[in-house]
Design a protein around this ligand. Structure first.
Ligand SMILES: [Zn+2]
Length: 330
């Protein structure tokens, strides 16, 4: 990847493996398993993605880094090899295997497709007027923090910025486990598999909420408006009006601990939504309806466990105290 431009089919095969691992933890997956477009997942987290690398862009960035080394006069085996071939007239006949008669020169000649030959002609025309001098190229890449640009600097420059849905900081700046962060990322993109969305895609006969038949289970209902959550949100957010959407709930919960440390609030927000989602799935798949006490105990247990993932420098005691207070009100 750092030396040759990879063919599109190779990149597609690599992405097929990555998609399978990301969405199913398996070697492959189907389109139905992918809740959010792969192109979106491969964006930076500030652009609404998960921060996975776009392989084509990464390939180009790594190649640019090598080309820069070549022009900047950096000495390494790859640049030495290139100079040997192009600066000193080294030819195929000089290759040890060819010189020893073990390989014909013709076997080492590039065998280009018609499309590649056309691209080569275009490239030839584009650089026909370029004259290279004997001195090293002193130009610098303005986006790079140092004179030796990194592949990451090229990558960030090539990628097109995009508008991200709100609450990126709540999503990623915290110590909730990765699965909870990916869950909330899907929520932010409105791609959670609610019964309403599955009904619209023909996978379910009815869009009804499993707790309150007659009410469609869309995203806002599932995480905020469902009557079964009224007591839960009243306990978690005392003194606040009930949240109207999943993102509204996340912002309100995050605000409770923002004065102590933003990371505590962000993690608590993801924990609350994660518990709502888990308890909904218990009802859908096991037919078990958790009451208010069970919900807040579940929230406390999860958050206390997640505190173990926090940096040692971070004081998590305010979050731990908040978790306990939720349970002891009863
Ligand atoms: Zn409901």
């Amino acid at each position: 990847m750092a030396v040759v431009p990879l063919p599109v089919t190779t990149l597609q095969q690599l992405d097929r493996l990555r998609k399978g691992l990301f969405w199913k933890g398996a070697s492959k997956c189907t389109g139905g398993d992918c809740q959010v477009a792969w192109e979106l997942a491969c964006r930076d987290i500030n652009d609404g993605g998960v921060g996975l690398k776009d392989l084509a862009t990464l390939n180009t960035s790594l190649l640019l880094k090598h080309i820069h080394k070549l022009f900047a006069g950096v000495q390494n085996p790859w640049t030495d090899w290139m100079r040997l071939w192009y600066d000193e007239g080294y030819s195929v006949e000089d290759t040890p295997l060819v010189a020893a008669g073990g390989l014909t020169a013709a076997a080492l000649q590039p065998r280009l497709t018609a499309a590649a030959r056309h691209e080569l002609e275009l490239l030839g025309m584009a650089i026909a007027g370029v004259v290279l001098g004997g001195s090293h190229d002193g130009r610098v890449f303005v986006d790079s923090p140092s004179e030796a640009p990194t592949a990451g600097a090229f990558y960030r420059r090539i990628r097109t910025p995009a508008i991200a849905p709100p609450l990126s900081d709540i999503n990623w700046v915290g110590f909730a486990p990765k699965k909870a962060k990916i869950f909330f990322w899907i929520v932010r993109h409105g791609r959670t598999r609610t019964r309403d969305s599955m009904h619209r895609h023909g996978a379910l006969d009815s869009p009804d909420c499993p707790f309150c038949p007659g009410h469609s289970e869309d995203l806002d209902h599932l995480f905020a408006r469902c009557p079964r959550l009224a007591a839960f949100w009243a306990r978690v957010l005392p003194g606040h009006s009930p949240p109207t959407s999943a993102c509204d709930a996340a912002e309100l919960v995050a605000g409770l601990l923002a004065a102590q440390d933003a990371q505590l609030g962000h993690t608590a927000a993801l924990g609350a939504l994660w518990i709502v989602w888990k308890s909904r799935n218990r009802m859908v798949f096991d037919g078990i309806r958790l009451d208010l006490d069970a919900l807040v105990r579940l929230l406390r247990d999860h958050l206390l466990l997640w505190c173990c993932r926090a940096s040692r420098k971070l004081h998590v005691s305010p979050l731990q105290a908040w978790c306990q207070s939720l349970v002891h009100i009863a």
